[in-house]
Design a protein around this ligand. Structure first.
Ligand code: AMP
Length: 503
């Protein structure tokens, strides 16, 4: 599949159809195509030899999508950063890239105007994309020539939690994305054309790639639910029901939140065809509840890491599977990919055409996790797994300290590194608390310098405040416990098992 060609085709044949809508506005396929062309031209003229990825900062404004397409149409990767990412972390991302152009695709921007040399404000983006402006892209000689992203060009970079305390950027090529989409349009027995997709995940998470591109690839409409809406169950239900959602794309944790509302059922979402889940364990309990309340909607579990473009497996969860009491499978591997299990650790290794070329400017971390297997890219996921007799893959937890908390991917060492940067914190360890096989909250154990942190209560408050400036709020531990020492194993390593019992 050539996703850009698909979008262009919809722009030409069904231009009036809405491609994206949110409470911030909506945009048709034709507008999306024309506005992204105008902006691509501006990016090209402005950046010229600077081919660095472009940072797109925002939330659920249609301008986000215009910016994404504009970047790749100008031959540059985009790096989506959600407004919920604290400024310090945005600075780290910008610093890692070097000298990027930053596009502010939101009216509500709290970033420092001096963050980087090249920044275009929301008002400027509006001006640039305005229909009153002439666009010379794809016109005759003498005009701006754009070389869009193709093949092995990096299409987007998604920054995710890194063990060093700095986020690491996963690079996904245009070919990776196209290969993923070629298969993803067959999910749930074939995605229907012109459907409405719920977008829940912020664009800085790769789950959002599923709804955005699956929708654009099938002439659908993305219905993006903003943060505020997501925090109000009844408003969200009214909104999603009014928008006639057909495919619900979210983490299972988000569906759990919605299930707390007794009105969240098949009558309210009468046109729902399927749940498309990815990103974390789908529990039997959630599956049963959804199948009961939404008897007409299929329940699809998919699995995969950002490093292999959203997901690589699929299974439809039946009522009997959900009621079986044994953990649910993540499914069969897509064509073009295969999964091997490490003979010693049972680690899931993904091999195939959606595996990323590696982390942005991190050759050592790339070499640790990625390798070539018979000439094909392979990625060590860190997940343990097994296959059943029907060839269905199961995830059996992690071999490292990465966790999923309410659908968010977190390296515990990331939080620990940020804790250790705080004055008065001598040592720190973070462990999750589990409930029904899912991490429910985080506890941080801290050894403090008594001269700098004399009072436990005040100390906890300061630590929490400091963490909030350096990491997203979902990474800030719910409990902070001051301790005199941390438990160690016989060979001198931090005893995380003991800590989990203490959490
Ligand atoms: P992310 O890169 O944020 O998509 O996170 C990828 C990780 O989420 C995987 O390596 C798994 O640990 C976990 N994960 C994703 N999908 C599933 C699933 N369906 N079941 C269990 N764990 C999952």
């Amino acid at each position: 599949m050539d996703i850009l060609a698909r979008i262009e085709d919809y722009a030409k044949t069904q231009g009036d159809k809405v491609a994206f809508s949110s409470r911030d506005g909506e945009i048709t396929y034709l507008e999306l195509w024309e506005k992204s062309a105008r902006m691509a031209e501006t990016i090209e003229c402005r950046m010229q030899d600077n081919r660095e990825p472009v940072v797109v900062y925002g939330h659920k404004d249609p301008m986000m999508i215009v910016c994404f397409l504009a970047c790749v149409r100008s031959g540059r990767a985009y790096c989506p950063v959600d407004v919920s990412v604290p400024n310090e972390r945005v600075e780290q991302i910008v610093g890692t890239i070097g000298d990027p152009l930053v596009l502010i695709a939101t009216e509500r921007c709290s970033l420092d105007a001096n963050l980087c040399e090249q920044m275009l404000s929301y008002e400027e983006l509006k001006e640039i994309t305005s229909s009153a402006r002439e666009c010379s892209v794809s016109s005759d000689a003498g005009k701006v020539e754009l070389g869009k992203c193709t093949g092995e060009d990096v299409h987007y970079i998604i920054f995710t939690s890194g063990t060093t305390g700095r986020p690491k950027g996963v690079q996904i090529t245009t070919e990776n994305l196209n290969n993923y989409l070629e298969w993803a349009v067959t999910l749930d027995g074939g995605i229907e054309e012109g459907a409405n997709f719920l977008n829940q995940a912020p664009y800085s998470f790769d789950l959002s790639v599923m709804d955005l591109y699956l929708s654009l690839a099938t002439g659908g409409r993305v219905v993006a639910a903003d943060k505020e809406l997501q925090q109000n169950n009844s408003k969200l239900l009214e909104y999603t029901s009014g928008q006639r959602i057909n495919y619900w794309v979210s983490t299972p944790s988000f569906a759990d939140l919605c299930l707390a509302d007794a009105n969240f059922n098949g009558e309210k979402l009468a046109e729902l065809k399927a749940w498309l889940f990815c990103g974390e364990v789908l529990t039997n309990q959630t599956a049963q509840e959804l199948l009961e309340r939404f008897p007409k909607a299929n329940l699809i579990n998919t699995y995969g890491p950002t490093e292999s473009t959203v997901c690589v497996t699929e299974v439809r969860i039946s009522k009997s599977m959900a009621e079986s009491g044994s953990p649910l499978p993540v499914g069969k591997v897509k064509p073009g990919s295969s999964v091997a299990l490490d003979p010693d650790t049972s680690e899931i290794i993904i091999i195939g055409d959606t595996v990323s070329p590696g982390y942005y400017k991190l050759p050592e971390q790339t070499a640790k996790a990625f390798y070539q297997r018979e000439g094909i890219r392979a990625y060590r996921t860190g997940d343990k797994g097994h296959f059943d007799e029907n060839g269905l893959l199961y995830c059996d937890g992690r071999i490292d300290n990465q966790i999923k908390l309410h659908g968010y991917r977190i390296e515990l060492e990331d939080i620990e590194a940020n804790l250790m940067k705080i004055d008065g914190v001598q040592r720190a360890a973070v462990v999750p608390r589990f409930k029904d096989g899912k991490a429910e909250s985080l506890t941080a154990f801290v050894i403090r310098d008594r001269e700098l942190i004399s009072d436990d209560y005040e100390g906890r408050k300061c630590i929490r405040l400091a963490l909030r400036t350096s990491m997203p709020s979902y990474m800030v531990p719910k409990r902070i416990v001051m301790v005199e020492e941390l438990p160690m194993t016989n060979n001198g390593k931090l005893d995380r098992k003991r800590l989990k019992e203490m959490a």
